[in-house]
Design a protein around this ligand. Sequence first.
Ligand SMILES: Nc1nc2c(c(=O)[nH]1)N[C@H]1C(S)=C(S)[C@@H](COP(=O)(O)O)O[C@H]1N2
Ligand SMILES: [Mo]
Length: 221
Amino acid sequence: MRKFFLIAILYVFILSACSNIIDKDPDSHSSASLARFRSGEIQQYQGKLLSPAVGPRDNSIKGVQQVDINAYTLRITGFVNNEITMNYLEVLQMTSYKRLITLHCVEGWDATILWEGVSLVELIEKAIPKSSAVTVIFHAADGYTTSLPWALVKERQLILAYKANEIVLPAEMGYPFIVVAEDKLGYKWARWVTKIELSDNKDYKGYWESRGYTNEANIQK
Ligand SMILES: Nc1nc2c(c(=O)[nH]1)N[C@H]1C(S)=C(S)[C@@H](COP(=O)(O)O)O[C@H]1N2
Ligand SMILES: [Mo]
């Protein structure tokens, strides 16, 4: 009798483990992620499954920011020879680039999203950075800041995205702009970007970096 119960328990255990596996089937979306897709959002790209642009929860320092696009400006300032201010449509008129890139958060989750945006290098070069500029600091509407080396932005040809999975970036994901910091942890992906500051401080530390996260923010692959 005892043996029977043990087998029954084992059976239930195996079943639940399997349903877990089914939910993680790489060839189909889980019902939880399906529910998060917005209307118009594509769910697959070049045979690869995409993650919903909006994650299951928000971990931003001050919650989701609602940016008034009519009042919005993007400023490029600091160690530059030609400080500039652009509005939303001026940025959107620049050449656009599409990239399929995975965002990895320090908390363990990740999301593979088709990003579309403008080149950060083309944007920053409009302001003619000084040769002493080594760091790019991103300032956001919620007061959040983070930074990347200017050399890395150039080397990786990083983009500033305004679309995710073919829809306009949802507020939760940083409307109007998010830094697509490829191969860097989530805290480098500044959302609701309002200002890009060039700096000569190679050791600048942003919000999470000054609270102990590494400035390199490399993904452990
Ligand atoms: N402006 C701003 N951008 C931000 C943050 C924030 O709090 N404010 N959080 C960062 C972190 S820690 C992560 S993991 C990603 C995704 O945040 P989410 O987990 O809230 O979706 O956004 C990043 N960009
Ligand atoms: Mo994060």
